[in-house]
Design a protein around this ligand. Structure first.
Ligand SMILES: [Mg+2]
Length: 340
């Protein structure tokens, strides 16, 4: 692991740099890793009656982030998006591998990237256990491993008619940040400084995912936009959903925008990395307690209903209580596309 093309002697530096941080973490914490970086493979200790959850995400310069993005933010986000996927399944992080292509060996960039990467790795006790480096256009690929007791993973296919639909935190701030950076909307500079971490340094809801193991019937993390992602649950569960736009949790910053922008960004803005989940209405009190314990807003935004057509769909209820017709729904989604 952490092999590199032989002509790239400089990459030894990277290897040693990442390995030192990784070794330090493994020796400081009692983690279920038998062997970290240094051999052909890393070894994870598999626990009896546990399943291994595996997820992989690739971040490509110019497509997923601006080339001049602060490398510390990038290190954070590259691992955060993977931890968010583990959280969505109710899995506890075990470790991750990093495959990275770099256009040049810039030790200042690497130092900053690795600062962000290892800070979040330590927060969630998820060590780097291997990887690969090569020269090429900047491209960061992380594969994360987690564990979940057998049969306890939260899948997309478990939502049933009558379940509530919930979302954690607030939605739309990452999209708001992007719109501000693109000068599509006006926002106070100080406000932008406060909200931009929502886009650059998202918080994976790892503790929430674990707490929801016996409570949620289905879950996923919101990477592409709340409604679009919710549709994946509906489709996998063969049900419809009804969502109340007025109930979508929005930050004080988003609430300063027009109602149209609020709805668009909260309902369709991507990169939120909050969890959207469903649960029987009998779990409302327990879910409120979990939110209280984690100091995290958990908001009921709608419910699951029977399928009306051959394909799963979402009914949207406007702030005035009226059902959005097909055209109004299309307009909401289309006006968002204008920004995309
Ligand atoms: Mg996901």
């Amino acid at each position: 692991m952490f092999s590199q093309s032989p002509s790239l002697g400089e990459f030894d530096l990277i290897q040693h740099f990442f390995k030192a941080e990784s070794d330090a973490m493994l020796s400081e914490e009692n983690l279920p890793i038998s062997l970290g970086i240094g051999d052909d493979c890393a070894l994870l200790q598999t626990l009896p009656n546990e399943e291994i959850a595996i997820t992989s995400d690739m971040l490509v310069s110019g497509k997923h982030f601006f080339a001049d993005t602060n490398p510390e933010w990038l290190g954070h986000k590259a691992l955060a998006v993977n931890l968010s996927d583990l959280a969505a399944m109710g899995a506890k992080p075990l470790g991750f591998t990093l495959a990275i292509a770099l256009p040049e060996v810039n030790s200042k960039w690497l130092e900053s990237f690795s600062k962000g990467l290892f800070a979040i790795a330590k927060t969630y006790s998820c060590p780097l256990i291997g990887g690969d480096t090569t020269a090429g256009p900047l491209n960061i690929c992380i594969t994360a491993f987690g564990s979940v007791p057998k049969g306890k993973s939260i899948r997309r296919s478990g939502a049933t008619i009558g379940d509530d639909i919930w979302v954690s935190g607030s939605v739309g701030d990452a999209r708001l940040t992007l719109a501000a950076l693109r000068h599509e909307i006006g926002i106070e500079k100080t406000d932008l400084e406060l909200i931009q971490s929502r886009m650059h340094q998202p918080t994976p809801r790892v503790h929430l995912g674990i707490a929801l193991r016996d409570i949620a019937s289905a879950a996923l993390d919101i990477s592409d936009g709340l409604l679009g992602d919710l549709k994946h649950i509906l489709k996998a569960s063969k049900v419809d959903g009804r969502v109340f736009l007025a109930e979508l949790p929005k930050s004080a910053y988003l609430l300063q925008q027009s109602e149209q922008i609020q709805n668009q960004f909260a309902a369709c803005g991507g990169d939120d990395y909050e969890l959207c989940f469903t649960a029987p209405s009998t779990q409302r009190e327990t879910i409120a307690q979990i939110g209280h314990k984690l100091n995290l807003a958990l908001t009921r935004i709608g419910h699951i209903q029977a399928m009306k057509n051959a394909e799963s769909s979402i009914e949207l209820i406007a702030t005035d209580g009226n059902l959005l017709n097909e055209q109004e729904t299309a307009t909401l989604l289309k006006s968002f596309d204008h920004f995309a």
